[in-house]
Design a protein around this ligand. Structure first.
Ligand code: FES
Length: 265
């Protein structure tokens, strides 16, 4: 997801002087010695980083999964994480920062044990998404967008369409769906998370936690750390989403043939 401006989104990204792009195309930090940033926190995943990079003909193509690996380790993309990616891919910290600050899935502040995303886009909002977002924020201690509860249970964010409009209003926890929510059902989920439980998503894989999911997103689907393939398998399509296809099949409907170029000439 790219960053979308919502009612609580900052007008501009927070200034990080240590990452300001300088005239040489690098960053002030890089030229002032970012290479001296301590990246030993990533020593335990250097093999995994090498495996990610080996998937691609060009090392720089590995940046997105590498940033997820960084979040698996630290729960966000820290200054050390930016330096780690830049070193591993032999690109500038400015290039890493530009990508990490563009996509909403890369977090610039430490996340809680879970990431709770409440859809407040049009259809969900009309059906109660705004009320759910407010109630969840209050239950987590009066927090707002991209803020984390004081007990570390969850980071809250409002999301701009989670691509489940036929099941609105929806929220996700660590990117797993809870469909057809109400304020009460959403608060039950939050209370369960605060008790350390892992409520069952409506569909998809069982809940783990944000950092484990980041290992999945880095492409390690069968890693024992996330429970193996069976732990991430699960039905992802809801009957509502397949209703059109089912009706078409029952009634023998097919899409009209697409004329080839010769017929259009
Ligand atoms: S508007 Fe909420 S999932 Fe699309």
């Amino acid at each position: 997801m790219s960053r979308a401006l919502g009612p609580e989104a900052p007008a501009a990204p927070p200034q990080e002087p240590e990452h300001a792009i300088d005239e040489a195309g690098g960053t002030t930090a890089q030229h002032a010695g970012l290479s001296t940033v301590d990246t030993t926190v990533f020593d335990g995943v250097r093999d995994r980083a090498a495996a990610i990079i080996a998937r691609y003909p060009e090392p720089r193509s590995a940046l997105l999964p590498l940033l997820h690996l960084v979040q698996h380790v630290e729960g966000h993309v820290s200054r050390a994480g930016i330096a780690f990616c830049a070193e591993a891919l032999e690109i500038t910290t400015a290039e890493v920062s530009a990508v990490a600050t563009f996509y909403t899935m890369y977090k610039r502040e430490p996340t809680g044990r879970h990431l709770v995303s409440v859809c407040t886009n049009t259809l969900c909002a009309a059906l109660g998404g705004d009320a759910i977002y407010r109630a969840v924020g209050e239950r987590l201690g009066g927090i707002g967008h991209e803020q984390t509860s004081a007990d570390g249970t969850a980071t809250l964010e409002h999301a701009e369409c989670l691509a489940a409009c036929d099941l609105a209003p929806v929220l996700t926890v660590d990117y797993e769906f809870f469909d057809n929510q109400t304020v009460d059902s959403a608060l039950e989920i939050i209370d369960a998370l605060r008790r350390g439980e892992k409520p069952h998503p409506t569909r998809g894989a069982p809940l783990t936690d944000f950092r484990s999911v980041e290992l999945l997103l880095a492409g390690f689907y069968d890693d024992p750390a996330v429970g193996g393939l069976e732990a991430v398998a699960g039905p992802s399509a809801a009957p509502e989403s397949l209703a059109g296809a089912r009706l078409a099949e029952e009634r023998g409907w097919t899409a009209p043939a697409v004329p080839d170029e010769g017929e259009n000439a």
